[in-house]
Design a protein around this ligand. Sequence first.
Ligand SMILES: *Cc1c(COP(=O)(O)O)cnc(C)c1O
Length: 383
Amino acid sequence: MALRDRARERLAALEEAGLLRRLVELEGPTGPRAQLGGRELIGLASNDYLGLANHPELIDAVREGAARWGAGAGASRLVTGHMGAHRWAEESLAGWLGRPMLLFGSGYAANVGVVQTLVEEGDLVVSDALNHASIIDGCRLSRARVVVFRHRDLAHAAELLETHRSSARHVLVVSDAVFSMDGDQADLPGLRALADRFDATLMVDEAHAIGVFGPEGRGASVAAGIQPDVLVGTLGKALGLSGAFVCADREVIDLLTNRARSFVFSTAIAPAVAAAVPVAVGLTRRADAARAHVESLARRLRTGLRAGGWAVGADVGPIVPVVVGDGGRVLQIAGSLEERGVLVRPIRPPTVPVGTARLRLTVSAAHPMADVERAVGAFEAIR
Ligand SMILES: *Cc1c(COP(=O)(O)O)cnc(C)c1O
């Protein structure tokens, strides 16, 4: 069968299952309002939690970075792509979080590269069932044995460790800090204790936590009073840019610099973006009022939706999932909300387990409370 025919067949199957995805094009920057189809909608779908992606100081920093360092790095950091802009970015992140740093092109690349570097054949990974796809892909690439524990069930994780620890050389326990599609949080002190008990390394992915939780937005691990051995954070969510960072002990950072394939074999993050990182870090550190506003927006959204009978998950943080179940139905609801001026995105398998299709609502510090009130009203109207 010709490739085109096969592709057409598979697309038809996705459409039938209510799982076909299409790109939605914004006609302007991300922000509390989204320009779409010639209209302005309340945008409740971006991960720009602090409203920094369209912040004038950050835009200026990118512009100045491009003027000074150029539009592209031209090579991998290990070849000739390493510039002062990258070093300053890492220094500013290290100053904020207190540990050595390495930039990656994206959170996806960071997770794939880190997991694949930390464990190899003969090792064991103990991974939460709802960990991000990039962690799962890193596990697959590593050739280590992977065991998956039920979401947030540390008793189950301990059971798996009891069974498999002795036959493995190194063990990596890995979890998202805040789960991207559910908005709930890992028990980080519990994971730290578990890793210590079984002589394992703890890796925490703070993609949705960095900038949002903890003093100065230093993340969920700092808020919980623990230190993971390896922490991954992204620059593309609360920090408003793109790219990611990994922090760990110096030796681990040096090993990643040598062996993480998504670092070694990939062009350095654009210097204009790297040059803006210190500005993003500064804005994030000073954003306590914004963080408090985000929390009150999210609280109002949850209360309003629950009062309307919607199944709302997670009790803290800017991610407010509304679980609907059926992929087709979730698409329909998203369409109705869009007609009423609210942009939310349907999240369907394989991003979430079958039967748990949902709307994933997110709030940003740039939203006035009135936006949330209007969104709650739109949900009421279609209930
Ligand atoms: C978004 C996300 C990533 C990937 O980060 P990008 O910079 O978007 O590639 C990794 N882990 C989690 C938990 C995420 O939500």
